[in-house]
Ligand binder design. Structure first.
Ligand SMILES: [Zn+2]
Length: 396
């Protein structure tokens, strides 16, 4: 935890032109946007409602009921630095509140390359965020951001937003001194202090509520998914007739998936069977398979501060190994046959976020396999099986 905090506070200079090999993904319907939107909403709310009376409580942890790790940054600041920090936040609170918008003038971008670097003098530093002030772009390392506790996210974003403030016609960088924060890295130290101070203010002002109301929504960026579905498959009329089947095939499906961003690996299996008939002859068809493949998902709804930001659709293609088992029984004689098939399945599933990692799944699939002949009725099964699925998922 401390390590994360330290990483977050070691933010190095404005990376004008220094960002290397980054992959940018826009804001539209990204799963992590919910997290960023809640940070910005809390920032905006707490800064725009900051009163003159609250000013003297800024940049200290004096009113905190407990010792938050970010307070270590504010301990032993000294009167001069504390006052400079208080004045700065109070003076720029409205500008910062205006900057703290997903739909405002600033473009927030996610870096997924694990390769966010800036030049610091002769050295190249790995960083969690970079702001390109002249282009009004803030780039956040997505993994680092999601791994950080909420208040550390606030401190990080505050630091970056201050880089976008216009201070006497100039942007505030990390190098050089500012006010009582002197030395080569005076500005960086100052931004670290102000970032921590704003985060503590957010905590103290109670404006994390906009975050808490969204806190339980299941998050699409979880990696491991366990899905259990009920399946209803439909054979063609011709096959139903030949095999003396009654109605649809029903059963269940289980799979485990690993998702990273929009790509997933899926492993699972399904088992369906027909309802046994109750006429002269009982006929039952059972189908089981094991399957594995890949999925791609899209987030069609761009609404960062709502549950719908997490809704996604999965398109999947899997290879399968299946077995058909057919039983005919007329009360005196029973005949069984079993054959194996190979094939594939394409699927489309909608994932609706519930709470605490749980999801509702509605979708469909089509299985296509090698034609197979069952000796019980001396007939082939050679047609795709379309299915509907309804299920639940848990992700973590
Ligand atoms: Zn910085």
């Amino acid at each position: 935890m401390i390590k994360i905090i330290i990483n977050f506070l070691l933010l190095f200079p404005l990376g004008l032109g220094y960002v290397q090999a980054s992959t940018f993904v826009g804001n539209g319907g990204n799963a992590s946007d919910l997290e960023l939107a809640t940070v910005l909403a809390s920032l905006k709310e707490s800064l725009s409602s900051l009163t003159g009376e609250e000013k003297s409580a800024l940049c200290t942890c004096d009113n905190m009921a407990y010792d938050h790790p970010l307070c270590h940054v504010l301990d032993n600041l000294g009167e001069k630095k504390k006052q400079f920090c208080q004045n700065f936040i109070y003076q720029h609170k409205n500008s910062l509140a205006t900057l703290a918008r997903l739909d405002g003038a600033i473009k927030f971008k996610w870096d997924r390359s694990r390769n966010l670097k800036v030049n610091v003098g002769k050295d190249i530093e790995e960083v969690s965020a970079v702001t390109m002030a002249d282009q009004k772009i803030v780039i956040l390392n997505e993994n680092d951001f999601l791994a950080a506790p909420f208040l550390n996210r606030i401190a990080l974003v505050s630091h970056e937003l201050i880089h976008l403030l216009n201070d006497n016609g100039q942007f505030i960088g990390d190098l050089g001194g500012i006010g009582p924060f002197s030395g080569n890295y005076g500005k960086k130290d100052f931004l670290t202090v102000v970032g921590a101070a704003i985060a503590i203010h957010v905590k103290e002002s109670g404006s994390m509520e906009s975050y808490y109301s969204l806190k339980t929504i299941s998050r699409a960026y979880d990696h491991i998914w366990i899905n259990i579905n009920s399946v209803t498959g439909q054979m063609s009329k011709g096959i139903n007739k030949k095999f003396l089947l009654k109605g649809a095939l029903t059963g269940s499906e289980f799979d485990v998936a690993y998702w990273r961003y929009n790509l997933g690996l899926i492993l699972g299996g399904s088992s369906v069977k027909s309802q046994p008939g109750h006429e002269d002859i009982t006929s039952q068809l059972k189908y089981d398979d094991l399957k594995g493949g890949v999925g791609y998902r899209i987030f069609p709804i761009n609404s960062p501060l709502t549950r719908w930001s997490q809704f996604f659709m999965v398109f999947s293609a899997q290879a399968l190994f299946g077995t058909y088992k057919h039983t005919l029984d007329d009360g005196y004689v029973r005949e069984d046959d079993k054959v194996n098939v190979y094939g594939g399945e394409i699927g489309w599933q909608n994932f609706f976020p519930l709470a605490n990692g749980f999801w509702l799944i509605i979708g469909g699939s089509i299985k296509i396999h090698t034609p197979c002949k069952l000796d019980t009725v001396n007939s082939f099964i050679d047609q795709p099986i379309p299915s509907l699925i309804l299920g639940a998922s848990y992700a973590f």
